[in-house]
Design a protein around this ligand. Structure first.
Ligand code: NCD
Length: 308
């Protein structure tokens, strides 16, 4: 039963609960008309303390498409945060107006503080370099749709594995499926954090390899998950400039990949996938965006305990 729960990190949902959300999302995709009034009179608050295009719009579009309404801010300077209000006071206020809160924040753990401060569901829409569970729902549903399975996969994750929260959440979620082999492709400065290596990969006995060159593993992959270098989390601009173009996926490199490999990216892309690759039928990052809205509809539907 998902009603009333918060979603702060991927493991807050069991594999079965994720499946339930995917099946609602699937049903919405095939018959959206059935759901257009199910959230009538419900209100979502989106508290975005960090920039966002897809995540905020997809949550807002999802709520509107279910018949609900949205209030919120996307610019923290326009909220009382700029006057020094604590997260818990902001959330206790917003709770008086709304039924569900979606929060993005640069500080790791901020959505957890929010969830502990109120009684309505809180969804983590990305906390610093930590977790991004709704991107993971999107990613898993995309893999399931285009590879027909979530087990028995060789997945390459490439780019900024240190600061990329979508990567941390994806690795966590995939560690629960059988026969997953992860190829972690990054410069040595941007390898996965130790806690992910030890507490997720080693602890769950996931097969993984850390490599520097994409070409080395590309021919083995079923899924290639590209990410951008997270400029806003760097302490030093020179390091960012030195590392930002380490990996650029282009049509030449794609010749090394299997015919049925899928390319994913949480977006925004900077330079890491050449535009020419967009025409490759293996490119699925814009399909991923679409799936993201439906999966969030399924999530909102479940957490609010809606009915059709
Ligand atoms: C990601 C994020 O915000 O972590 N974007 C998204 O939500 N789709 C990825 C990124 O910013 O690189």
């Amino acid at each position: 039963m998902l009603r009333g729960k918060s979603l702060l990190e991927p493991m807050d949902l069991t594999v079965e609960e994720m499946e339930e959300i995917f099946s609602i999302a699937d049903d919405i995709m095939s018959d959206p008309g059935k759901y257009i009034h199910c959230a009538d009179g419900r209100l979502m608050a989106t508290l975005f303390y960090e920039p966002s295009t897809r995540t905020r719009f997809s949550f807002e579009a999802a709520m509107h498409r279910l018949g609900g309404s949205v209030i919120g801010f996307s610019e923290p300077n326009s909220s009382s945060a700029s006057k020094g209000e604590s997260i818990s006071d902001t959330v206790r206020t917003v709770e008086c107006y709304s039924d569900i809160i979606v929060m993005r924040h640069p500080k790791e753990g901020a959505p957890r503080v929010a969830a502990e401060s109120c009684k309505i569901p809180v969804i983590n829409a990305g906390d610093g370099g930590h977790q991004h569970p709704t991107q993971t729902l999107t990613d898993l549903m995309t893999i399931k749709k285009y590879k027909n399975r979530l087990d028995n996969l060789t997945i390459g994750v490439c780019g900024d594995l240190m600061f990329g929260r979508t990567v941390h959440s994806l690795i966590k979620a995939m560690s629960r499926y059988k026969n997953i082999r992860l190829k972690l492709i990054s410069p040595k400065e941007l390898v996965i954090p130790d806690y992910v290596r030890k507490e997720v990969l080693v602890k769950n006995g996931v097969e993984f390899e850390e490599v520097r060159r994409m070409e080395e593993v590309l021919p083995q992959l079923d899924v290639l998950y590209m990410t951008r270098v997270q400029r806003e989390r760097f302490f030093n601009e020179d390091d960012y400039i030195r590392l930002k173009d380490t990996y650029i996926l282009d049509t030449d490199k794609m010749k090394l990949a299997k015919d049925d490999m899928i390319i994913m990216h949480p977006l925004p892309r900077v330079n890491e996938i050449a535009k020419e690759v967009d025409r490759d039928p293996r490119a699925h990052y814009f399909h991923q965006v679409k799936i993201g809205m439906y999966v969030r509809m399924g999530l909102i539907y479940s957490l609010l305990g809606l009915e059709v």
